[in-house]
Design a protein around this ligand. Structure first.
Ligand SMILES: Nc1ncnc2c1ncn2[C@@H]1O[C@H](COP(=O)(O)OP(=O)(O)OP(=O)(O)O)[C@@H](O)[C@H]1O
Length: 260
């Protein structure tokens, strides 16, 4: 059985891409077959997997989704790239912005990505989708395709208000389009253990959401080593194998596997 997890938060820079790649590679290290999908027009997941200029790629998620809109048949493996650390990925780039605008007039506009993902499901154990920092139509497509949503929250600001809107949108998609949709959990990222602030945010999350949403036991520490990896094109396991961020992502991977 394949599980599809969307990594989403409409707030930018909270660790969505870093979590998608390192959770994905963590799952691959546990022997799982993993496909990562870059559903963000910034192409940062694609870049972090070693593609230096995502905007120059010819086949990306945008071209695939356009083919589906045009009812063209595509082979499941078409356009999928392989990363040296054992994950496959469907790259994304700036063309997703144009596609987002044109989706408005498309029949079944919420389910285009789902059509693509359905044909990948027998090839993978996990499919992770790195979402845009917005709740636009591509993100709704990701929610429509997913079994669950993992929400990274940066431990450096008060996240309560934005999260409420995100959880509401997830609830709406669940009621109206995708009844199986669940929240995988809220993941605290970029935690600076030298301050009490992270603990305050953690307590605030538990107080406000703990009864409705799972909060991951593991959080991801702030580390300059994590910030370096997007330029390296490798995971934190390769860049800093004995560091605290590698160990945190490994524990998160085990927690996600334990959710099954
Ligand atoms: N644990 C961490 N410690 C320090 N820096 C981090 C950590 N995780 C991610 N970063 C850095 O923070 C920035 C934002 O991270 P990332 O790109 O993963 O967030 P995002 O939510 O995907 O961003 P966007 O919304 O723009 O897509 C990046 O420069 C990344 O390298």
């Amino acid at each position: 059985m394949c599980k599809v997890i969307a990594i989403a938060n409409q707030k930018g820079g909270v660790g969505k891409t870093t979590t998608t790649s390192n959770l994905g590679i963590g799952l691959a290290k546990q022997g799982k077959r993993v496909l990562l999908i870059d559903a963000d027009a910034q192409g940062s997941l694609t870049a972090s997997l070693g593609i230096q200029e995502p905007d120059r790629l010819e086949i990306t998620l945008a071209t695939i989704m356009a083919s589906i809109i045009n009812d063209e048949e595509i082979k499941p493996e078409y356009g999928i790239l392989r990363h040296e650390e054992g994950v496959d990925f469907m790259p994304g780039n700036i063309e997703l912005s144009g596609l987002e605008t044109s989706l408005v007039n498309v029949m079944s506009r919420e389910t285009v990505l789902r059509t693509y993902i359905e044909q990948q499901k027998d090839r993978y154990d996990y499919i992770l989708i790195d979402c845009m920092p917005s709740l636009g139509m591509i993100t709704i497509n990701a929610f429509t395709s997913a079994d669950s949503i993992l929400i990274p929250v940066q431990a450096a600001y008060l996240p309560v208000k934005g999260l409420e809107q995100l959880i509401k949108t997830i609830g709406k998609v669940k009621r109206q389009i995708n009844p199986k949709l669940e929240i995988e959990g809220i993941l605290l990222t970029m935690v600076d253990n030298r301050t009490n602030y992270a603990r305050d945010i953690s307590n605030l999350l538990i107080e406000n959401y703990g009864s409705r949403v799972r909060i991951f036991e593991n959080s991801i520490p702030m580390s300059v080593r994590a910030a370096e990896i997007s330029a390296e094109g490798v995971s934190i396991y390769k860049h800093d194998p004995n560091g605290k961020v590698a160990s945190a992502y490994q524990s998160l991977t085990e927690e996600v596997l334990g959710n099954e």
